[in-house]
Write a protein that binds this ligand. Structure first.
Ligand code: GUN
Length: 281
């Protein structure tokens, strides 16, 4: 069994990106990422901290906007309008989920598509759909980079994705289809999930339910990518997969933490540099 070491690959990618930042600075271009967090959701705070730390490591300027839970939609929109026209800001990241009283779609649509390094804006999703992407969505692109690094064949394989979110499942199904995989997009309401997991060559799970995938549900030499991030009462983090038992059957498996999470951040940094180059060069 091979561990798909996302931490290691993300570190390698960040080293390369750091060189690129140096190159941009020589041309008097300083890449900048605005990070917007609303409220104090514990998980979001942790994700945002990791993203700001990565900017710092790479020499990308990060502008933190941590807003209180009761901020009005209008105030948030005003902030985004300012960031859209700010020459020092090349990427804008609004951490999701937003509090329920804010219209998430409206906020995403207010971000300038050129600065939408998450690839959430309908224009960028449309470009991705047409296979002419401006940016690649971070988690799906991170997963593809990890599979590529470990030379895992995509074309012609039966790939089961569990979770149909706009951030992971839906864009990933599109990207894998473009690479000629046979994709099944399952979710929490899927009937006979075990039947589907047992026939999959690659299982990618992004549900947020610990113990969703157990050893009896997978075939020998399956490839497992676990995007789940679940924190138990003691603060211990686990994915959606029973790692200990499933790893004995799988040919490749991502750890949680240290698998997909660091890859998401590395791609986010890459997209920030892409946005910087598109806007400044
Ligand atoms: N919430 C969960 N994943 C993500 C992500 O990749 N980007 C943002 N902005 N919010 C998220």
């Amino acid at each position: 069994m091979v561990i798909l070491d996302g931490k290691k690959l993300a570190d390698e990618m960040k080293t390369e990106l750091k060189t690129e930042v140096f190159g941009l600075k020589e041309k008097n271009i300083l890449p900048g990422l605005a990070v917007v967090l609303v409220g104090d959701d514990e998980a979001s705070r942790i994700y945002v901290r990791h993203k700001e730390k990565a900017c710092h490591e790479l020499g990308i300027q990060s502008f933190s906007h941590h807003l209180l839970e009761n901020v009005s939609e209008k105030e948030l929109l005003n902030l985004i309008f300012k960031l859209n026209t700010d020459k020092k800001v090349h990427g804008i990241l609004v951490q999701l989920p937003l509090p329920k009283y804010i219209n998430e779609t409206k906020i995403i649509e207010s971000i300038s598509p050129e600065k939408d390094i998450d690839c959430f804006h309908p224009e960028n999703i449309g470009k991705l759909f047409l296979n002419e992407p401006r940016f690649l969505p971070c988690t799906p692109a991170g997963i593809l980079a990890l599979l590529k690094k470990y030379r895992i064949e995509i074309s012609g394989r039966d790939i089961l994705i569990i979770g149909k979110s706009n951030i992971v499942g839906k864009p990933l199904s599109l990207m894998l289809s473009n690479l000629n995989a046979t994709v099944t997009l399952a979710h929490i309401k899927t009937k006979n999930l075990k039947e589907k997991t047992l026939s999959a060559d690659i299982i990618i799970t992004a549900v947020g339910r610990p113990g969703l995938i157990t050893a009896d549900m997978v075939k020998q030499d399956v490839v497992i990518v676990d995007v789940g991030m679940n924190r138990d009462v003691n603060g211990k983090i686990s994915g959606d997969v029973d790692f200990e038992k499933v790893s004995k059957i799988a040919s490749h498996i991502t750890p949680v933490p240290g698998g997909v999470g660091p890859m998401t951040i590395a791609i986010l940094m890459k997209n920030t540099l892409t946005a910087t180059k598109n806007l400044c060069e």
